[in-house]
Design a protein around this ligand. Sequence first.
Ligand SMILES: [Zn+2]
Length: 489
Amino acid sequence: MYNCKSSAKKHCDITATSWFQGHTAVMSSLLFFLLLLLLLSPASSALEFRYHNNREIEQYLVQVNASNPDIAHLYSIGQSVRGQQLWVLALGRSPRRHTLGVPEFKYVANMHGNEALGRELLLQLIDDLVRGYRDNDTRSLRLLSGARLHVLPTMNPDGFDEASTHCQFSQGRFNYNGVDLNRNFPDAFAGLRRQQQLDEEKREAEVRAVIGWLKTETFVLSANLHGGALVASYPYDNSNGGSEQVGGASVAPDDDVFIHLAKVYSHSHGSMHRGDGCDDGGSFVEGITNGYQWYPLAGGMQDYNYVWAQCLELTLELSCCKFPPAAQLPALWTENRNALLSFIQQVHLGVKGRVFDGSGSPVQNAVVEVKGRKNMCPFRTDRHGEYFRLLLPGNYSFTVTYPGHEVLTETLDVPHGPDRYSAMTHDFLLLRTPENSTQAPPTKVTPTPTCNYTLSQEAAGGAIATTRPTWAVLSVGLGFVAALRSVAD
Ligand SMILES: [Zn+2]
């Protein structure tokens, strides 16, 4: 039931109705006037506020895609266990392919099938951005011009089909195989044993689809939308007791950026920043929390995004009730709209650019590091030789390394990019090392940067030797805590 998917479509439908139903000139004029009023009121949403089933979501996305070929591109990243497509709608000036200098952003909802609000919020977001773009709304134009936005409204359509609409129950949380998708990703902290248990073919179809998706583009910023609490949670979700564990939190090298990102969401949200939490206790200062500090979990999606895909991802808990009554959807959209838009804008933090080798060609897999931020998997340039580094304003020392070339160190003064809808642009030009200067460029690079991180000593501060023997005990402990918390997020 989508009578109005875009302003153009709305115009079409209502105009037709007016012409055929108006029998007198007065009636026609009146209807025309009403139509004009409707078209001139951008505040009204064309998309109905109600829960849409998987088929309806698919129909909606197909329709938006067909009506907006210049800014929309619909694609599937794979199928759920029961064979439902995992549809992603990309929005941007170049929706089908990456544009140099334009960062890739994503939103994922409904990985827990019974946490249903995120699905509807993302549909409303699509509707809002597309209509805003068509209406020449400045913010929509700038958001869709400056970045490419990928929206996956449901990562767990099978779970949604089984979901209880109860506020707290967990029925429908898991995928069709009864697996919690937010515990099924590879985990850098979980040790070799778990990694072997969870090798590629044993991962769930939905998780494999997301992992494959992350290899297709260099996503810079992301959020996955949940329900059952009201807080913006940031990495890490897990720890092995190494140097990352600080005062009950598991602190990522980009902790300052994560805290900023979480605060952008909570303070742009209607009430999250107050940190009241929900009835079951748990309050959060400024509406944000380190994931591990809240409760440890292994195999989560946000840690995977950050560690392996160099994509900074938050877990946004957007409603105390996991499946809020449909009548509350308009108010919940109002609470979240500005936060969802402001968070996208943060994709323009920091610095972006390309790395060129001694012959002036862009190079893939050059390591681009920022002093003081030892990422488990070093951030690398992608197949275009591009890098994106989210950073707060300040002075940073960059080191760029690539085989056969001299190590390049440069200091950059980084401004605040989101205000201008663009990160600072800076290219790095490498010089060949003298002994290699007459040789052919070294080695082939693999098409996809990989990181074989397994409890790296660097990241864990040399504590590996003592923590590894306690892995089994730790995993049992984490599993127990996770099980206790599993009905709460
Ligand atoms: Zn959840």
